[in-house]
Write a protein that binds this ligand. Structure first.
Ligand SMILES: C[S@@+](CC[C@H](N)C(=O)[O-])C[C@H]1O[C@@H](n2cnc3c(N)ncnc32)[C@H](O)[C@@H]1O
Length: 256
């Protein structure tokens, strides 16, 4: 056990939920409801910076992605943009990337985007719960998750499951939102808590998910705590790199 003080937070808990089961169901229903407008909203609300974050994450794992025999899993893949960025970084070759998500509607969008890409190197998609993956132990060389891990109903169980499916020497990368500090942080909080939920609600036509977003970021463990949880799950070289003043950041860890 590390020395980092742990909050009592176990995982995401959308409003009105009181256990892991109802939290997971609410998260799935929420993403299913916004799936048709998810990409548009993502790009509008992040001013397209999300594309840069996915690319930067993919570049970080260029060594693993350069190996044509590497097995790569992108968890909580949603409409697939992290998986596409990994595939682009890997370049043409036999490397196969798998995107997994438990929302069928999100996967349908991912699959439609693959079909539109018209090139042979497209990820495969699988409907699966990140807390109970249908893969054997020690299977993947790289597991990533972009803006999905924060939505899991049990963060420690999520880390244990990633660790289980990684091969020895395998790497994990979790990209997610953070809470920037200082004057910029104060300005950003106004945008994130006041403006974003309103714009998100108008464009998606769905009330709820875009108020849940800032609440879920606030609830998510701070970087030091999250790194401690990664170490507790067995990861070595666990570290956090802030992106764009800490608005987002990448957690990395390795399985020995
Ligand atoms: C904010 S979206 C992120 C999508 C994509 N990775 C991206 O960067 O745009 C979060 C995704 O996590 C998925 N998700 C949340 N909890 C999950 C779980 N337990 N198992 C599988 N997918 C989950 C949701 O269905 C949703 O598609």
């Amino acid at each position: 056990m590390t020395e980092i003080a742990k909050s009592t937070v176990a995982g995401a808990a959308p409003e009105g939920t009181n256990d892991a089961h109802s939290a997971a169901r609410a998260v799935r229903e929420m993403f299913t409801a916004i799936a048709p407008r998810y990409d548009l909203l993502n790009h509008v609300l992040s001013f397209n910076i999300d594309r840069m974050w996915w690319r930067r994450t993919a570049r970080t794992f260029r060594t693993a992605l350069a190996r044509p025999d590497a097995r790569v899993l992108d968890l909580c893949c949603g409409t697939g943009d992290m998986a596409f960025a990994l595939q682009r970084q890997a370049g043409k070759g036999s490397l196969r990337i798998l995107g997994a998500d438990f929302s069928h509607a999100m996967l349908q969008r991912a699959s439609a985007k693959s079909a539109a890409a018209h090139n042979g190197d497209i990820p495969g998609w699988i409907e699966a719960d990140a807390l109970s993956l249908p893969f054997p132990n020690r299977h993947f060389d790289l597991v990533t998750s972009a803006f999905g891990f924060r939505n899991l109903a049990d963060y420690d169980a999520g880390l244990r499951e990633i660790f289980r499916v990684l091969r020895p020497g395998g790497e994990c990368g979790i990209l997610d939102f953070g809470e920037p500090k200082g004057a910029l942080g104060s300005l950003y909080r106004i945008y994130f808590k006041q403006i974003l939920p309103r714009v998100g609600t108008v464009i998606s036509g769905v009330r709820g998910p875009y108020a849940y977003l800032p609440a879920s970021v606030e609830r998510f463990p701070a970087p030091e705590e999250m790194v401690g949880r990664m170490k507790d799950a067995g990861f070595v070289e666990a570290a956090w790199t802030p992106y764009t003043f800490g608005i987002a950041g990448l957690y990395r860890g390795k399985k020995l």
